[in-house]
Design a binder for this molecule. Structure first.
Ligand code: PAF
Length: 275
């Protein structure tokens, strides 16, 4: 196991000691097996793996959601180290935002679906990711596909700002019953956890259906505990809605909803049919 370095040395000083390529895994902490998979993937590419843990206030539209976000730095260090990280960076607010914040706008695609329900969320995500990139200066950064709209908007920002960072996307890591791993899952009651598996069931069923949108809605609605926010079939290249009957090969199912007061999101690509 490598000795994990911490923030005492400061990211700037530590960055100079890292051999290329530097692979970056930005997180908000409360690390779980999903994050560990991203870090392990990074470690397969390079020994220079940097993990950041920063709960970014800019991406929360409600102070209660921010306050409820779990903090577990001790456990995070262990998980990051075991998965192969070389450096865990747990910056303060002032380290990330030392002066006036240069906000980045996610544009119209940042205002739909997750962005419609969480005002300013994606502007906050892009702003912090850019700031973290400026400090870590990674060659590659790894993001999970679970936050598909986030992944899409980060790739778009990198292209638009001509940043020299390659994004690697990692498939969603799931529990045995299919529930996508998320730091929020720990807030589910045992009944809520049972109910949550309907999201994966609905995605799996809809992804092989000839009427994916209908199947998605019908299956989700079979679970009374789930309050659906959105459940759609989109073209994953531009987030436009694809109606049932359209055999567009770029379709992806996206879902968000609440179980009790816990917001859960997930998505799945619809595999193209061979004719
Ligand atoms: O996906 C997350 O954990 C966060 O949105 C990210 C990318 C670390 C930015 O705060």
């Amino acid at each position: 196991m490598n000795e994990i370095a911490e923030r005492e040395s400061g990211i700037e000083a530590f960055r100079k000691t890292l051999a290329s390529p530097v692979i970056f895994v930005p997180t908000m902490g409360a690390l779980h097996d999903g994050h560990a998979a991203l870090i392990s993937k990074a470690r397969q590419i390079s020994a220079s793996v940097v993990v950041s843990v920063f709960i970014n206030p800019l991406q929360f539209d409600s102070s209660s959601d921010l306050e409820k976000y779990p903090v577990s730095h001790e456990a995070d260090r262990k998980i990051a180290e075991l998965a192969g990280a070389k450096f865990i960076w747990i910056p303060s607010y002032d380290e990330v935002y030392p002066g006036e914040i240069q906000k980045i706008s996610a544009g119209p695609l940042g205002k739909i679906f997750e962005g419609d329900s969480r005002d300013g969320h994606f502007d906050g995500v892009l702003t912090v990711v850019k700031r973290l990139f400026d400090s870590v200066r990674p060659d590659k950064a790894i993001f999970g596909e679970k936050d598909f709209q986030q992944l899409f908007l980060i790739k778009k920002m990198i292209k638009e700002l001509n940043l020299k960072v390659e994004v690697i996307s990692h498939p969603t890591v799931r529990d045995e019953d299919g529930l996508a791993l998320s730091s929020r899952n720990t807030r589910l009651t045992s009944e809520g956890r049972m109910a949550a598996k309907v999201i994966y069931q609905a995605l799996a069923k809809a992804s092989t259906s000839t009427k994916p949108r209908l199947t998605l809605h019908q299956t989700l609605m079979s679970e009374p505990r789930l309050k659906i926010d959105y459940a759609e079939v989109i073209d994953e290249r531009d987030f436009t809605i694809v109606e049932d009957g359209d055999e567009n090969p770029h379709r992806r199912l996206i879902v968000a909803g609440w179980i009790d007061d816990v917001r859960l999101i997930d998505n799945m690509k619809i595999a193209g049919r061979s004719s």
